[in-house]
Design a protein around this ligand. Structure first.
Ligand SMILES: Nc1nc2c(c(=O)[nH]1)N[C@@H](CN(C=O)c1ccc(C(=O)N[C@@H](CCC(=O)O)C(=O)O)cc1)CN2
Length: 282
């Protein structure tokens, strides 16, 4: 039997409608939610994602501005820009599009953002709050994944969730969110031995490694729920995930596609986090 497909777009559209109402309510309280995005250099994928973020903001009525810096910008100049945004009361959300050029210390930059404006949820204070299940700004893709699982009635409590990938953007925080929801969580990564043996025990398999179609049906238990976070652009222009969709769909019970699976949820959760940050300013 073929898996049912968990489209992110459907839920994203629904949440974006709700966000429009949130924006109107904030405006009634004289707060016009605003997101500032810093982009450094010319990475084509980053430029695409930033454009998508701007467009999404516009559609729901969130104001946005994009600050473009040259790829050889100094770290100090970047920090100066962040400081201006930290001190600007009209700005509620700040994000620095990743990846950064190699000469810039990512940790130092992300730590410089005011934690209450950190709509990516990458600041150590937000990471710490998430780890002790306190209110926090939480990274967008993990939030989107859990919202998608809830929307498609995937029960999380007591389930074995295997996360392949340990990035600060997706792998680690999604595992933490699932743990907070009472799943038993196993992290796998490039040094994991017997990967297949572990993934084959997953009730929920989250794949976030950035390697095109790495995971095929041999890695998946019959009836598992599979979430594909990959987004690799092939030379043909096609975007593919980390999961070989056509092979895995016949063994999984539910699966996200790429595109239109997790991707649209990432930007939707960014809008949500911007609203949340704007409410912090009330
Ligand atoms: N500061 C951040 N940098 C990066 C993040 C992030 O959350 N914050 N995540 C990724 C890139 N990203 C957002 O920035 C992102 C990736 C993919 C998608 C998406 O919607 N993908 C589509 C396919 C792409 C397309 O059709 O053009 C999909 O899966 O349907 C949105 C956002 C790294 N950097």
């Amino acid at each position: 039997m073929s898996a049912s497909i968990m489209y992110g777009k459907v839920l994203a559209d629904k949440i974006r409608e709700e966000i429009k109402t949130d924006v109107q309510e904030l405006v009634q309280h004289q707060i016009k939610p605003k997101l500032s995005v810093l982009i450094i250099g010319d990475n084509p994928a980053s430029k695409t994602y930033v454009r998508m973020k701007q467009k999404a903001c516009e559609k729901v009525g969130i104001e946005s501005d994009v600050i473009k810096l040259q790829s050889d910008v100094s770290e100090d100049e970047l920090l100066k820009q962040i400081e201006l945004l930290n001190n600007d009361r009209s700005v509620h959300g700040i994000l620095v599009q990743l990846p950064l050029p190699e000469h810039v210390n990512e940790k130092r930059v992300l730590e410089y953002i005011d934690p209450n404006k950190d709509v990516d949820g990458f600041h150590p204070i937000n990471v710490g709050r998430l780890s002790i299940d306190q209110d926090a700004l939480v990274p967008c893709t993990p939030l989107g994944i859990v919202a998608l699982l809830d929307y498609y009635n995937v029960s999380i409590e007591g389930k074995h969730a295997v996360v392949i990938g340990r990035s600060n953007i997706v792998g680690k925080p999604v595992g933490q969110l699932l743990l907070n929801r009472q799943a038993t969580v196993t992290y796998c990564h490039s040094k994991t031995q017997n990967l297949k043996e572990i993934t084959k025990t997953a009730d929920i398999l989250i794949v976030a490694v950035g390697r095109a179609e790495l995971i095929n049906e041999e890695y998946v238990k019959e009836g598992a729920v599979v979430v594909d976070v990959g987004n690799t652009f092939l030379e043909t222009g096609k975007v593919v995930g980390d999961v070989a969709f056509d092979q895995v769909k016949d063994i999984a019970s539910q699966i996200t596609p790429v595109p239109k699976g997790v991707g649209p949820m990432t930007i939707t959760m960014l809008l949500n986090n911007t609203i949340k940050a704007a409410k912090y300013s009330m």
